[in-house]
Design a protein around this ligand. Structure first.
Ligand code: TMP
Length: 214
């Protein structure tokens, strides 16, 4: 695979979407063409799965294992239809969430079996890991307050606060366990500073990729 897969992760309201936009504009201004995508919802099928996963409806409960399998299905489709072809063309992919989300949310958050999650992640991705994962670390309460100010909370955002704290714990442990792949950025800094830090990280890590960022 020739391209780069850069993933953005974090709890609700951590600022991923804004930072991915800024990062994409910055890369474009350096002549790097970027694919912006996300999980769930990076494909046409995935958009339907995203709706099913995030819609909050009392009449349509989603069991925990169903939730896990739907995220895995979304990922499998995304890998085949979007990620692999884009990497093969040498593209720079910025992806909003990937396998670490499943470990943090379904593993730490829901308490589902970690070896099953890892197995499903492997099946869905064929073992393809991100080249780099940027973890935007913000306090759960701060992130949720940002979300509440923006729109109605979806099914996962509306989970109890303890759930979100377990997810945060998941990211914290993932960052300790995979220091070569996951880089923490303090997401409580100003938008400009966070963007600057991400630029520095990408420039520093550019040798792992083919695109020259300097
Ligand atoms: P977001 O992409 O807008 O942040 O929303 C996606 C939601 O789905 C978010 O609450 C995290 C959740 N999620 C999981 O629970 N497991 C996963 O594997 C992924 C990719 C997302």
């Amino acid at each position: 695979m020739k391209g780069n897969l850069i993933v953005f992760e974090g709890v609700e309201g951590c600022g991923k979407t804004t930072q991915m936009q800024l990062c994409s504009q910055w890369l474009n201004s350096r002549g790097v063409s970027v694919v912006l995508t996300r999980e769930p919802g990076g494909t046409e099928l995935g958009k339907d799965l995203r709706r099913l996963l995030l819609e909050k409806s009392e009449d349509k409960p989603v069991s925990e294992i169903t939730e896990l399998l739907l995220y895995a299905a979304d990922r499998a489709q995304h890998i085949e239809q979007e990620i692999k072809p884009s990497l093969a063309e040498g593209k720079y992919i910025l992806c909003d969430r990937y396998t670490d989300s499943t470990i943090a949310y379904q593993g730490y958050g829901r308490g589902l079996d970690m070896s099953l999650i890892k197995q499903l992640n492997d099946i869905a991705t064929g073992g393809l890991e991100s080249d780099l994962t940027i973890w935007l670390d913000v306090d759960v309460e701060v992130g949720l307050a940002r979300k509440k100010g923006q729109s109605k909370l979806d099914r996962i955002e509306a989970e109890k606060i303890d759930f979100h704290h377990r997810v945060q714990q998941g990211y914290t442990e993932l960052a300790v366990n995979y220091p070569d792949r996951i880089v923490r950025v303090d997401g409580s800094l100003s938008q400009e500073l966070v963007h600057k830090k991400i630029q520095e990280i990408l420039i520093r890590n550019a040798p792992f990729g083919r695109a020259s960022l300097t």
